[in-house]
Write a protein that binds this ligand. Structure first.
Ligand SMILES: Nc1ncnc2c1ncn2[C@@H]1O[C@H](COP(=O)(O)OP(=O)(O)O)[C@@H](O)[C@H]1O
Ligand SMILES: [Mg+2]
Length: 370
Protein backbone atom coordinates (compact mmCIF):
# COMPACT_ATOMS: atom_id res chain seq x y z
CA UNK A 1 0.00 0.00 0.00
CA UNK A 2 1.34 3.41 -0.92
CA UNK A 3 1.78 6.68 0.91
CA UNK A 4 0.38 9.86 -0.61
CA UNK A 5 2.61 12.89 -0.70
CA UNK A 6 1.48 16.46 -1.42
CA UNK A 7 4.22 19.01 -2.06
CA UNK A 8 3.47 22.72 -2.40
CA UNK A 9 0.02 21.98 -3.76
CA UNK A 10 -1.87 25.16 -4.57
CA UNK A 11 -5.22 25.64 -6.26
CA UNK A 12 -6.35 29.00 -7.53
CA UNK A 13 -9.70 29.73 -9.10
CA UNK A 14 -8.69 32.85 -11.02
CA UNK A 15 -7.38 35.12 -8.24
CA UNK A 16 -9.03 33.23 -5.40
CA UNK A 17 -6.70 30.87 -3.55
CA UNK A 18 -8.74 27.82 -2.50
CA UNK A 19 -5.76 25.73 -1.34
CA UNK A 20 -2.54 27.46 -0.41
CA UNK A 21 0.83 25.69 -0.55
CA UNK A 22 -0.29 22.46 1.08
CA UNK A 23 2.40 20.01 2.19
CA UNK A 24 1.43 16.73 3.77
CA UNK A 25 2.17 13.03 3.77
CA UNK A 26 -0.65 10.54 4.18
CA UNK A 27 0.97 7.38 5.39
CA UNK A 28 -0.04 3.89 4.38
CA UNK A 29 -3.21 2.69 6.10
CA UNK A 30 -3.86 6.06 7.72
CA UNK A 31 -7.40 7.30 8.28
CA UNK A 32 -7.06 10.99 7.55
CA UNK A 33 -9.83 13.49 8.11
CA UNK A 34 -9.74 16.81 6.29
CA UNK A 35 -11.49 19.13 8.71
CA UNK A 36 -12.42 22.78 8.59
CA UNK A 37 -15.27 25.24 8.15
CA UNK A 38 -17.36 25.26 4.99
CA UNK A 39 -15.44 26.67 2.03
CA UNK A 40 -11.97 26.14 3.53
CA UNK A 41 -10.78 23.91 0.68
CA UNK A 42 -11.44 20.34 1.90
CA UNK A 43 -13.29 19.08 -1.16
CA UNK A 44 -10.86 20.80 -3.49
CA UNK A 45 -7.94 19.08 -1.73
CA UNK A 46 -9.61 15.69 -1.97
CA UNK A 47 -10.46 16.18 -5.63
CA UNK A 48 -6.89 17.17 -6.43
CA UNK A 49 -5.49 13.99 -4.86
CA UNK A 50 -8.10 11.96 -6.71
CA UNK A 51 -7.34 13.65 -10.03
CA UNK A 52 -10.74 15.26 -10.46
CA UNK A 53 -9.32 18.77 -10.08
CA UNK A 54 -6.05 20.02 -11.55
CA UNK A 55 -3.82 21.85 -9.08
CA UNK A 56 -2.37 25.19 -10.18
CA UNK A 57 1.00 24.36 -8.66
CA UNK A 58 2.78 21.54 -6.89
CA UNK A 59 3.30 17.83 -6.99
CA UNK A 60 1.32 14.78 -5.83
CA UNK A 61 2.84 11.33 -5.45
CA UNK A 62 0.95 8.11 -4.75
CA UNK A 63 3.39 5.38 -3.72
CA UNK A 64 6.40 5.69 -5.98
CA UNK A 65 4.36 7.14 -8.82
CA UNK A 66 4.11 10.88 -9.49
CA UNK A 67 0.45 11.36 -10.45
CA UNK A 68 0.65 15.12 -10.77
CA UNK A 69 3.51 17.53 -11.37
CA UNK A 70 2.72 21.06 -12.52
CA UNK A 71 6.29 21.77 -13.68
CA UNK A 72 6.77 18.51 -15.57
CA UNK A 73 3.24 18.52 -16.97
CA UNK A 74 2.36 15.13 -15.46
CA UNK A 75 -1.33 14.51 -14.79
CA UNK A 76 -2.48 10.90 -14.45
CA UNK A 77 -6.23 10.40 -14.95
CA UNK A 78 -8.41 9.44 -11.95
CA UNK A 79 -9.14 6.01 -13.43
CA UNK A 80 -5.44 5.18 -13.34
CA UNK A 81 -4.85 6.28 -9.74
CA UNK A 82 -6.32 3.10 -8.18
CA UNK A 83 -8.74 4.87 -5.88
CA UNK A 84 -12.36 4.63 -4.77
CA UNK A 85 -14.85 7.39 -4.08
CA UNK A 86 -17.76 7.82 -1.80
CA UNK A 87 -19.46 11.15 -2.03
CA UNK A 88 -22.25 12.76 -0.11
CA UNK A 89 -24.71 11.96 -2.84
CA UNK A 90 -24.02 8.30 -3.40
CA UNK A 91 -26.43 7.50 -6.24
CA UNK A 92 -27.08 3.77 -6.42
CA UNK A 93 -28.33 2.46 -9.74
CA UNK A 94 -32.09 2.30 -9.16
CA UNK A 95 -32.81 -0.44 -11.71
CA UNK A 96 -30.19 -2.79 -10.22
CA UNK A 97 -30.47 -4.97 -7.12
CA UNK A 98 -28.04 -4.67 -4.25
CA UNK A 99 -26.07 -7.58 -5.70
CA UNK A 100 -25.88 -5.99 -9.14
CA UNK A 101 -24.92 -2.61 -7.70
CA UNK A 102 -21.95 -4.12 -5.90
CA UNK A 103 -20.97 -6.43 -8.78
CA UNK A 104 -21.21 -3.84 -11.55
CA UNK A 105 -17.83 -2.21 -11.00
CA UNK A 106 -16.12 -5.60 -10.85
CA UNK A 107 -17.74 -6.65 -14.14
CA UNK A 108 -16.41 -3.46 -15.70
CA UNK A 109 -12.96 -4.37 -14.42
CA UNK A 110 -13.40 -7.76 -16.14
CA UNK A 111 -13.22 -9.79 -12.97
CA UNK A 112 -14.08 -13.50 -13.36
CA UNK A 113 -17.64 -14.43 -12.52
CA UNK A 114 -16.66 -16.73 -9.59
CA UNK A 115 -14.38 -14.06 -8.14
CA UNK A 116 -17.16 -11.49 -8.34
CA UNK A 117 -19.50 -13.80 -6.47
CA UNK A 118 -16.99 -14.35 -3.67
CA UNK A 119 -16.16 -10.66 -3.37
CA UNK A 120 -19.78 -9.52 -3.34
CA UNK A 121 -20.50 -12.06 -0.60
CA UNK A 122 -17.56 -10.72 1.42
CA UNK A 123 -18.88 -7.19 1.08
CA UNK A 124 -22.43 -8.21 2.01
CA UNK A 125 -21.08 -9.80 5.19
CA UNK A 126 -18.72 -6.98 6.06
CA UNK A 127 -21.48 -4.38 5.80
CA UNK A 128 -24.20 -6.61 7.22
CA UNK A 129 -26.52 -6.28 4.24
CA UNK A 130 -26.82 -9.94 3.22
CA UNK A 131 -30.56 -10.01 3.78
CA UNK A 132 -31.09 -7.21 1.25
CA UNK A 133 -29.12 -8.77 -1.56
CA UNK A 134 -32.07 -9.04 -3.95
CA UNK A 135 -33.73 -5.76 -3.12
CA UNK A 136 -33.73 -2.60 -5.21
CA UNK A 137 -32.43 0.69 -3.74
CA UNK A 138 -35.95 2.10 -3.43
CA UNK A 139 -36.75 -0.77 -1.05
CA UNK A 140 -33.97 0.23 1.37
CA UNK A 141 -33.69 2.86 4.10
CA UNK A 142 -31.14 5.68 3.81
CA UNK A 143 -28.70 3.91 6.08
CA UNK A 144 -29.00 0.63 4.20
CA UNK A 145 -28.45 2.42 0.89
CA UNK A 146 -25.40 4.03 2.39
CA UNK A 147 -23.99 0.62 3.29
CA UNK A 148 -24.57 -0.62 -0.23
CA UNK A 149 -22.77 2.44 -1.55
CA UNK A 150 -19.82 1.70 0.73
CA UNK A 151 -19.81 -1.96 -0.31
CA UNK A 152 -19.84 -0.95 -3.96
CA UNK A 153 -16.93 1.41 -3.39
CA UNK A 154 -14.83 -1.08 -1.42
CA UNK A 155 -15.52 -4.11 -3.63
CA UNK A 156 -12.71 -3.50 -6.16
CA UNK A 157 -10.26 -3.18 -3.21
CA UNK A 158 -9.15 0.36 -3.89
CA UNK A 159 -5.82 1.22 -2.30
CA UNK A 160 -7.17 4.57 -1.27
CA UNK A 161 -10.75 5.39 -0.41
CA UNK A 162 -11.91 9.00 -0.61
CA UNK A 163 -15.02 10.05 1.24
CA UNK A 164 -16.58 13.49 1.12
CA UNK A 165 -19.05 14.00 3.97
CA UNK A 166 -20.61 10.59 3.29
CA UNK A 167 -22.72 10.61 6.45
CA UNK A 168 -24.15 14.10 6.31
CA UNK A 169 -27.52 12.94 4.93
CA UNK A 170 -28.12 10.55 7.80
CA UNK A 171 -29.82 11.20 11.11
CA UNK A 172 -27.75 11.51 14.30
CA UNK A 173 -28.18 7.95 15.54
CA UNK A 174 -27.41 6.33 12.20
CA UNK A 175 -24.46 8.66 11.72
CA UNK A 176 -22.99 7.51 14.98
CA UNK A 177 -23.55 3.86 14.02
CA UNK A 178 -21.95 4.37 10.64
CA UNK A 179 -18.95 6.02 12.28
CA UNK A 180 -18.39 2.91 14.35
CA UNK A 181 -18.69 0.78 11.22
CA UNK A 182 -16.36 2.95 9.16
CA UNK A 183 -13.69 2.80 11.81
CA UNK A 184 -14.08 -0.97 11.97
CA UNK A 185 -14.05 -1.17 8.18
CA UNK A 186 -10.82 0.74 8.08
CA UNK A 187 -9.05 -1.79 10.28
CA UNK A 188 -10.66 -4.72 8.44
CA UNK A 189 -9.63 -3.47 5.00
CA UNK A 190 -6.13 -2.70 3.76
CA UNK A 191 -7.09 0.67 2.36
CA UNK A 192 -5.98 4.16 3.26
CA UNK A 193 -8.99 6.38 4.02
CA UNK A 194 -9.18 10.09 3.28
CA UNK A 195 -12.33 11.56 4.73
CA UNK A 196 -13.75 15.08 4.45
CA UNK A 197 -15.96 16.50 7.18
CA UNK A 198 -16.80 19.83 8.76
CA UNK A 199 -17.90 18.02 11.93
CA UNK A 200 -15.12 18.17 14.49
CA UNK A 201 -16.51 15.28 16.53
CA UNK A 202 -16.59 13.06 13.45
CA UNK A 203 -13.08 14.09 12.48
CA UNK A 204 -11.73 13.52 15.98
CA UNK A 205 -13.33 10.15 16.58
CA UNK A 206 -12.52 8.58 13.22
CA UNK A 207 -9.08 9.79 12.33
CA UNK A 208 -5.61 8.50 12.94
CA UNK A 209 -4.60 12.03 11.95
CA UNK A 210 -6.64 15.20 11.58
CA UNK A 211 -5.73 17.73 8.90
CA UNK A 212 -7.29 20.99 9.99
CA UNK A 213 -7.58 23.65 7.28
CA UNK A 214 -8.68 27.27 7.47
CA UNK A 215 -9.07 29.45 4.38
CA UNK A 216 -7.00 27.05 2.29
CA UNK A 217 -4.11 27.04 4.77
CA UNK A 218 -3.09 23.97 6.77
CA UNK A 219 -3.33 24.77 10.49
CA UNK A 220 -2.33 21.49 12.10
CA UNK A 221 -1.84 17.92 10.94
CA UNK A 222 -1.51 15.57 13.89
CA UNK A 223 -3.33 12.77 15.73
CA UNK A 224 -6.69 13.93 17.13
CA UNK A 225 -5.67 13.92 20.77
CA UNK A 226 -2.56 15.95 20.04
CA UNK A 227 -4.69 18.48 18.19
CA UNK A 228 -7.03 18.56 21.17
CA UNK A 229 -4.37 18.76 23.84
CA UNK A 230 -1.84 20.94 22.10
CA UNK A 231 -3.55 23.17 19.52
CA UNK A 232 -1.03 25.19 17.49
CA UNK A 233 -3.07 28.37 17.46
CA UNK A 234 -6.33 30.00 18.55
CA UNK A 235 -8.20 28.85 15.45
CA UNK A 236 -7.43 25.18 16.11
CA UNK A 237 -8.11 25.52 19.83
CA UNK A 238 -11.50 27.06 19.11
CA UNK A 239 -12.51 24.67 16.33
CA UNK A 240 -11.82 21.44 18.20
CA UNK A 241 -13.69 20.49 21.36
CA UNK A 242 -17.23 20.94 22.61
CA UNK A 243 -17.94 22.98 24.69
CA UNK A 244 -15.13 25.06 23.24
CA UNK A 245 -12.00 26.01 25.09
CA UNK A 246 -12.30 29.10 27.32
CA UNK A 247 -10.26 32.03 26.08
CA UNK A 248 -9.32 34.70 28.58
CA UNK A 249 -7.23 37.80 27.88
CA UNK A 250 -4.40 38.22 30.35
CA UNK A 251 -1.05 39.87 30.93
CA UNK A 252 2.02 37.86 31.90
CA UNK A 253 4.96 39.36 33.74
CA UNK A 254 8.12 37.48 34.58
CA UNK A 255 8.42 36.44 38.23
CA UNK A 256 10.44 33.98 40.23
CA UNK A 257 9.97 30.42 38.88
CA UNK A 258 7.51 31.48 36.20
CA UNK A 259 5.15 34.35 35.51
CA UNK A 260 2.64 36.44 37.41
CA UNK A 261 -0.67 36.61 35.68
CA UNK A 262 -3.90 38.45 36.33
CA UNK A 263 -7.24 37.80 34.65
CA UNK A 264 -10.86 38.59 35.51
CA UNK A 265 -9.81 39.79 38.97
CA UNK A 266 -7.93 36.57 39.70
CA UNK A 267 -4.24 36.64 40.60
CA UNK A 268 -2.24 33.55 39.73
CA UNK A 269 1.20 32.17 39.07
CA UNK A 270 1.87 30.51 35.72
CA UNK A 271 4.53 27.82 35.59
CA UNK A 272 5.40 26.73 32.06
CA UNK A 273 6.08 23.03 31.39
CA UNK A 274 8.92 23.83 29.08
CA UNK A 275 12.02 25.66 30.31
CA UNK A 276 12.42 27.16 26.87
CA UNK A 277 9.09 29.00 27.17
CA UNK A 278 9.54 32.55 25.91
CA UNK A 279 7.14 35.44 25.65
CA UNK A 280 7.10 37.67 22.63
CA UNK A 281 4.79 40.21 24.23
CA UNK A 282 3.04 40.44 27.57
CA UNK A 283 -0.47 40.38 26.09
CA UNK A 284 -1.60 36.79 25.90
CA UNK A 285 -4.75 34.73 25.69
CA UNK A 286 -5.09 31.94 28.22
CA UNK A 287 -6.79 28.84 26.85
CA UNK A 288 -8.44 26.59 29.41
CA UNK A 289 -10.43 23.48 28.45
CA UNK A 290 -13.78 23.23 30.32
CA UNK A 291 -12.71 19.98 32.03
CA UNK A 292 -9.78 21.79 33.68
CA UNK A 293 -11.99 24.51 35.12
CA UNK A 294 -13.32 22.60 38.10
CA UNK A 295 -15.85 23.39 40.78
CA UNK A 296 -15.34 22.27 44.36
CA UNK A 297 -15.67 23.56 47.92
CA UNK A 298 -12.03 24.47 48.42
CA UNK A 299 -11.58 26.22 45.06
CA UNK A 300 -9.89 29.62 45.33
CA UNK A 301 -11.79 31.33 42.54
CA UNK A 302 -15.12 32.67 43.77
CA UNK A 303 -17.81 32.86 41.14
CA UNK A 304 -21.53 32.34 40.43
CA UNK A 305 -23.31 29.50 38.66
CA UNK A 306 -24.94 31.30 35.72
CA UNK A 307 -26.70 28.24 34.33
CA UNK A 308 -26.34 24.50 34.71
CA UNK A 309 -26.90 22.01 31.90
CA UNK A 310 -26.92 18.43 33.20
CA UNK A 311 -26.67 15.85 30.41
CA UNK A 312 -26.63 12.75 32.61
CA UNK A 313 -23.09 11.52 32.34
CA UNK A 314 -21.63 14.99 32.61
CA UNK A 315 -22.81 18.49 33.40
CA UNK A 316 -21.84 21.73 31.72
CA UNK A 317 -21.87 24.66 34.09
CA UNK A 318 -21.67 28.21 32.77
CA UNK A 319 -19.75 30.05 35.42
CA UNK A 320 -20.00 33.85 35.75
CA UNK A 321 -16.64 35.26 36.75
CA UNK A 322 -16.39 39.03 36.91
CA UNK A 323 -18.80 39.56 34.03
CA UNK A 324 -17.36 36.84 31.81
CA UNK A 325 -18.92 33.43 31.20
CA UNK A 326 -16.63 30.42 31.55
CA UNK A 327 -17.59 26.86 30.59
CA UNK A 328 -16.90 24.13 33.08
CA UNK A 329 -17.65 20.46 32.49
CA UNK A 330 -17.92 18.20 35.49
CA UNK A 331 -18.46 14.46 35.54
CA UNK A 332 -21.83 13.28 36.82
CA UNK A 333 -25.19 14.99 37.25
CA UNK A 334 -25.35 18.10 39.40
CA UNK A 335 -27.72 21.04 39.35
CA UNK A 336 -26.66 24.37 40.85
CA UNK A 337 -29.23 27.03 41.58
CA UNK A 338 -29.16 30.10 39.37
CA UNK A 339 -26.57 32.54 40.76
CA UNK A 340 -25.49 30.10 43.46
CA UNK A 341 -22.05 30.96 44.84
CA UNK A 342 -19.47 28.38 43.81
CA UNK A 343 -15.73 27.93 44.22
CA UNK A 344 -13.61 27.00 41.26
CA UNK A 345 -10.08 25.97 40.45
CA UNK A 346 -7.92 25.48 37.38
CA UNK A 347 -6.28 22.08 37.43
CA UNK A 348 -3.64 20.26 35.40
CA UNK A 349 -0.68 21.44 33.37
CA UNK A 350 -2.42 21.93 30.05
CA UNK A 351 -3.31 25.60 30.36
CA UNK A 352 -2.44 27.10 26.97
CA UNK A 353 -0.78 30.46 26.52
CA UNK A 354 -1.37 32.02 23.10
CA UNK A 355 0.36 35.12 21.84
CA UNK A 356 -2.38 37.68 21.35
CA UNK A 357 -0.81 39.25 18.28
CA UNK A 358 0.14 36.15 16.28
CA UNK A 359 -2.52 33.85 17.86
CA UNK A 360 0.13 31.09 18.03
CA UNK A 361 0.58 28.77 20.99
CA UNK A 362 3.61 29.82 23.02
CA UNK A 363 3.49 27.06 25.56
CA UNK A 364 1.53 25.23 28.20
CA UNK A 365 1.76 24.94 31.93
CA UNK A 366 -0.11 25.09 35.22
CA UNK A 367 -1.85 27.97 36.99
CA UNK A 368 -1.61 28.29 40.74
CA UNK A 369 -4.34 30.57 42.02
CA UNK A 370 -3.00 32.98 44.66
N1 LIG B 1 -14.95 25.45 -9.63
C1 LIG B 1 -14.79 26.48 -8.78
N2 LIG B 1 -14.71 27.75 -9.23
C2 LIG B 1 -14.53 28.79 -8.37
N3 LIG B 1 -14.40 28.65 -7.04
C3 LIG B 1 -14.48 27.42 -6.52
C4 LIG B 1 -14.68 26.26 -7.37
N4 LIG B 1 -14.69 25.17 -6.56
C5 LIG B 1 -14.53 25.61 -5.30
N5 LIG B 1 -14.40 26.96 -5.26
C6 LIG B 1 -14.18 27.79 -4.07
O1 LIG B 1 -13.06 27.30 -3.37
C7 LIG B 1 -13.28 27.34 -1.97
C8 LIG B 1 -13.08 25.96 -1.38
O2 LIG B 1 -14.13 25.11 -1.80
P1 LIG B 1 -14.30 23.63 -1.28
O3 LIG B 1 -13.01 22.93 -1.43
O4 LIG B 1 -15.48 23.04 -1.94
O5 LIG B 1 -14.60 23.87 0.27
P2 LIG B 1 -15.09 22.85 1.41
O6 LIG B 1 -15.17 21.49 0.82
O7 LIG B 1 -14.03 22.97 2.48
O8 LIG B 1 -16.39 23.35 1.91
C9 LIG B 1 -14.69 27.88 -1.76
O9 LIG B 1 -14.59 29.24 -1.45
C10 LIG B 1 -15.35 27.67 -3.10
O10 LIG B 1 -16.32 28.64 -3.34
MG1 LIG C 1 -16.87 20.24 0.60
Amino acid sequence: MPEIRLEHVTKRFEKFVAVDDLNMVIEDHDFITLLGPSGCGKTTTLRMIAGLETPTEGRITIGDRVVFDAEKGINISPAKRDIGFLFQNYALWPHMTVYQNIAFGLENLKWKKEDIKVRVQEMLEMLKIEEFVNRYPAELSGGQQQRVAIARTLAPKPQVLFMDEPLSNLDAKLRSEMRTELKRLHSDSDSTFVYVTHDQLEAMTLATKVCLINKGVLQQYEPPLTVYKRPHNLFVADFVGNPTMNFIDAKLTEAKGGYDVEFLGVKAHFKPNDKAFKLSGEDVVLGIRPEFFTIHDTGKIHALAYSTLPAGMETTVKVMLNGTLISSVVFGAIDYKVDQEINCDIIGDQVCVFDKASTNLMGQGSLEIL
